[in-house]
Design a protein around this ligand. Structure first.
Ligand SMILES: NC(=O)c1ccc[n+]([C@@H]2O[C@H](COP(=O)([O-])OP(=O)(O)OC[C@H]3O[C@@H](n4cnc5c(N)ncnc54)[C@H](OP(=O)(O)O)[C@@H]3O)[C@@H](O)[C@H]2O)c1
Length: 249
């Protein structure tokens, strides 16, 4: 399927930024959203240097401003004529063990990764239903498959919620031209994990994003990427005793 007009949230760094670079090489038109617009402007210049034939627009967007999510997605649809794929990627990983006084950080993660994802999915699906076409992609995480402790407790819960949300949307539009995919990345180098020590099976951003783009292209319901080791490990993680999970985080 030729998905030419692609909107990415959280495009100012990490996975969103690198996905945009890879999509520019493929000749895709890009609608890029984030709060740090100076980074998006710099990215836009890079993308047009890679491929001057593509159209790139940047939009200031805090995904926690839900009205703005709808406004920006509609604006992007108007600017590009149609939206073929929306990648719900904006996310964060602040937080700490529940009951240790970091409620505000945990709440911010919950709002950004889950509540704001509902707004982004709602806005994207409204457009796709109107078009009777489109591909919704959510960027969940390998951590969606189990509960994890400490800083990952709320983060993993938001990603589990996002995976479930994506599944519900997919079942809703089954047998229609609208496709819905949930990507579960393992550990890929980016700002979100730059301060984390001892991360297993970490890959560089480009390797990770190439695996993500390949998985997105297949338009399957769920993908665990890079497939080695995560396509196997996610099954083991689901069954592992709590004591193993405790040692891991
Ligand atoms: N890297 C990994 O290993 C990994 C693994 C699994 C899942 N993921 C998921 O992949 C996604 C991208 O993460 P990343 O690794 O690329 O991290 P990152 O480098 O920290 O990038 C996060 C992006 O999200 C945007 N963002 C955060 N809060 C936002 C808000 N309130 N409004 C709008 N945009 C916001 C940031 O843009 P601004 O700050 O400019 O707004 C930034 O562009 C996240 O959903 C993350 O959970 C990452």
């Amino acid at each position: 399927m030729n998905r030419n007009n692609i909107l990415i949230t959280g495009a100012s760094s990490g996975l969103g930024y690198t996905m945009a670079l890879l999509y520019a090489q493929q000749g895709k038109n890009l609608a890029l959203c984030a709060r740090r617009t100076e980074r998006l402007e710099e990215l836009k210049s890079q993308l047009l240097a890679i491929n001057s034939d593509i159209k790139v627009e940047v939009y200031a967007l805090d995904v926690n401003d839900h009205d703005k999510v709808f406004e920006v997605f509609e604006q992007a649809k108007a600017d590009f004529g149609s939206l073929d794929r929306v990648i719900v990627n904006a996310g964060m990983g602040k937080g700490a063990s529940i009951g240790t006084g970091y409620f505000h950080a945990n709440l911010q993660t919950a709002q950004t990764n889950f509540v704001a994802a509902i707004a982004q999915c709602e806005a994207a699906m409204g457009i796709f239903r109107q078009q009777n076409a489109g591909h919704l992609v959510t960027i969940s995480s390998i951590s969606a498959v189990r509960g994890f402790r400490r800083a990952l407790t709320v983060y993993a819960a938001t990603k589990s919620g996002l995976t479930s949300l994506t599944e519900g949307i997919r079942i809703d539009v089954m047998n229609t031209p609208i496709k819905v995919s949930c990507i579960h990345p393992g550990f890929i180098k980016s700002e979100i994990n730059e301060k984390v020590e001892k991360v297993p099976f970490m890959v560089d951003t480009e390797t990770g994003c190439k695996a993500i783009l390949n998985a997105i292209e297949k338009e399957k319901a769920n993908a665990f990427v890079p497939s080695w080791p995560w396509a196997v490990l996610h099954r083991i993680l689901r069954m592992a005793p709590d004591s193993w999970i405790r040692k891991m985080s």
